[in-house]
Ligand binder design. Structure first.
Ligand code: HEM
Length: 136
C-alpha cells in the first residue's frame, strides 16, 4: 500500500504528547527565573508555577494536542494577554535565548528521524510569535 487515509500525525503526537511540552517549558522557565530582564515582568515574580502550566498547555494545543488551554483560559489572544508587559527587542531576544536553548536540549530526546523537522518547525514558530508579541 502506498497511500493511506490515516490523517498525518500532529506535531504534538510526533513528540509523544504533553510530557515533551512540560519538560520544554520547565527548562525554559528555569532560564527565565534567573534572567533579570525578564523576571521583573512576571506578575507572580519567581513563582512561575502557574505561568509554566499555561505556556505548556498553550504549546501543546497549538501543535494539535489537548485543547485544555482553551478550555481553561478561553481564546489565546496572545497579543492582548501580553499587552500589560513592555516587550521590546531586548525582551524578545532574552525570551528567545531561553526558549531556543530549552528546545535544543529537549529535541535531543526525540528519535533521530523526527528531530530535525520538529526543531525547525518549532524554531520558526517561536521566532515569529515572539516578534509578533513585541509592543514597545
Ligand atoms: C516576546 C517575549 C515574551 C515575553 C517577554 C513574554 C512574557 C510573558 C509574561 C510576563 C506572561 C505572564 C505570565 C503568566 O502566565 O502569568 C506571559 C504569559 C504567556 N505567554 Fe508570553 N512572553 C513572550 C513571548 C511569548 C511567546 C512567543 C509565546 C507563545 C509562543 C508566549 C505565550 C504565553 C502564554 C500562552 C502565556 C499565558 C497566557 C494566559 O493564558 O494568561 N509568550 N508571557
Amino acid at each position: 500500500m502506498i497511500e493511506s487515509d490515516a490523517p498525518e500525525p500532529t506535531l504534538a503526537q510526533i513528540v509523544g504528547g504533553e510530557d515533551f511540552f512540560i519538560s520544554l517549558v520547565d527548562r525554559f522557565y528555569d532560564g527565565v527565573k534567573d534572567d533579570d530582564v525578564l523576571i521583573t515582568l512576571y506578575p507572580d515574580g519567581v513563582d512561575t508555577t502557574a505561568a509554566r502550566r499555561r505556556l505548556a498547555m498553550f504549546l501543546e494545543q497549538y501543535w494539535g494536542g489537548s485543547d485544555a488551554y482553551s478550555a481553561e483560559r478561553g481564546h489565546p489572544r496572545l497579543r492582548m494577554r501580553h499587552a500589560p508587559f513592555v516587550i521590546g527587542d531586548k525582551e524578545r531576544d532574552r525570551w528567545l535565548v531561553h526558549m531556543l536553548a530549552a528546545l535544543e536540549v529537549q529535541v535531543a530526546s526525540l528519535p533521530e528521524q523526527v528531530r530535525q523537522s520538529v526543531h525547525q518547525q518549532f524554531v520558526a514558530y517561536v521566532k515569529n510569535a515572539a516578534d509578533h508579541l513585541r509592543n514597545a
